[in-house]
Design a protein around this ligand. Structure first.
Ligand SMILES: Nc1nc2c(ncn2[C@@H]2O[C@H](COP(=O)(O)OP(=O)(O)OP(=O)(O)O)[C@@H](O)[C@H]2O)c(=O)[nH]1
Ligand SMILES: [Mg+2]
Length: 313
């Protein structure tokens, strides 16, 4: 297992809080794309003339940096190989009237199959078989990782919108190949992750998380169906979440996760739909804006994510 970037790299001394945020979810939920889009948003925000924001990413294996470049050239990154952990530390500096807010956000991203082993919900025989022959983490390594990830003070949990809708709707175009069943049901998995987080905190007498950010990923795939057929738009034209509809979506389609989240008195519970536009003719490719040379993605959602990271520090 790659050693921790925090142990290996001497990071600049900072003033202010270090807030650790773990990005954790099961296979194919969109974690890697989120990290890359956040990287794009942060550097573009910092590069703006007269910007009051500064940004630096320390990337253990240059994976986030190189995957970001891949996305900017219109290709989705490869699945994170089992046994690998992506580690990066993002330093975000906000120049505000009352001084500088400096947030250091170590991100840990590990592939979905290892998360599933970690949260102990690999029950299906066929999934067990899928692990055969793969290089996976030993139980001790997994336990160490589990503790590190769950020790964070805040969590980003991506949940795929198409996979969520595919569990109950057979007629939505584009969802034909989404896996169905208990082991890949996002509601079951997100519920298990949340239960694990809170159990770990309580067992170890740790403070409960100060924020949980649910990112509803791949919204582009179901945007039209939700907005036109279902009359449940999750975002305004500019990408701002429609709060009431997002809450309805959670109550209807992620009902177990939602009720678990309501149970714990979380200081900040934020739900943001996010996406990059895949090419309708080739879902493995990303549509690029030729003027900016950036993918078409929802800027507003990522700005909100950055602002949330600033506010929870
Ligand atoms: N249309 C669309 N597809 C997406 C989006 N984000 C991710 N995808 C697709 O989903 C796949 C998986 O996304 P990743 O970000 O690699 O998912 P992950 O959670 O990192 O997956 P593992 O590393 O395998 O656990 C990508 O290869 C794309 O095909 C999105 O916003 N829109
Ligand atoms: Mg990944």
């Amino acid at each position: 297992m790659a050693s921790a970037i925090l142990d290996r790299i001497r990071l600049p001394r900072m003033s202010g809080n270090i807030s650790e945020t773990s990005l954790v979810s099961t296979k194919g939920s969109g974690k890697t794309v989120i990290l890359d889009c956040l990287n794009i948003k942060c550097k573009d925000r910092a590069n703006k003339e007269d910007s009051k924001f500064r940004y630096m990413i320390y990337d253990a294996n240059q994976t986030v940096v190189s995957d970001t470049s891949l996305i900017e050239h219109g290709t989705f990154p490869e699945p994170t190989p089992s046994g690998n952990i992506y580690e990066a530390v993002a330093d975000l500096k906000f120049y505000e009237r009352l001084g500088i807010k400096w947030r250091r956000v170590p991100f840990f991203e590990l592939p979905g199959e290892d998360v599933r082993r970690m949260i102990g919900i690999v029950k299906q025989a066929e999934e067990q078989d899928a692990f055969k022959g793969e290089q996976i983490l030993s139980s001790d390594e997994l336990k160490a990782l589990y503790e590190k990830i769950l020790s964070a003070s805040s969590f980003i949990i991506p949940v795929s919108v198409p996979r969520t809708l595919a569990q109950t709707n057979n007629s939505i175009p584009g969802l034909e190949h989404e896996p169905k069943g208990v082991s890949t049901d996002p509601d079951v998995n997100a519920h298990a992750i949340i239960q694990n987080i809170f159990e770990f905190k309580m067992e170890n007498d740790l403070l409960l998380p100060n924020a949980i950010i649910i990112l509803l990923t791949k919204y582009d795939v179901c945007k039209e169906w939700l907005e036109v057929s279902r009359k449940l738009p999750l975002v305004e034209k500019d990408g701002t979440p429609v709060r009431k509809n997002v809450l309805d979506f959670m109550r209807i389609y992620l009902s177990q996760t939602n009720s678990a989240l309501q149970f714990f008195d979380i200081k900040k519970l934020i739900v943001i739909p996010v996406w990059v536009w895949a090419d309708p003719n080739n879902p493995k490719k990303i549509l690029i804006d030729s003027k900016t040379q950036r993918p078409f993605y929802n800027h507003r959602g990522y700005d909100m994510l950055i602002d949330t990271l600033r506010d929870i520090g």
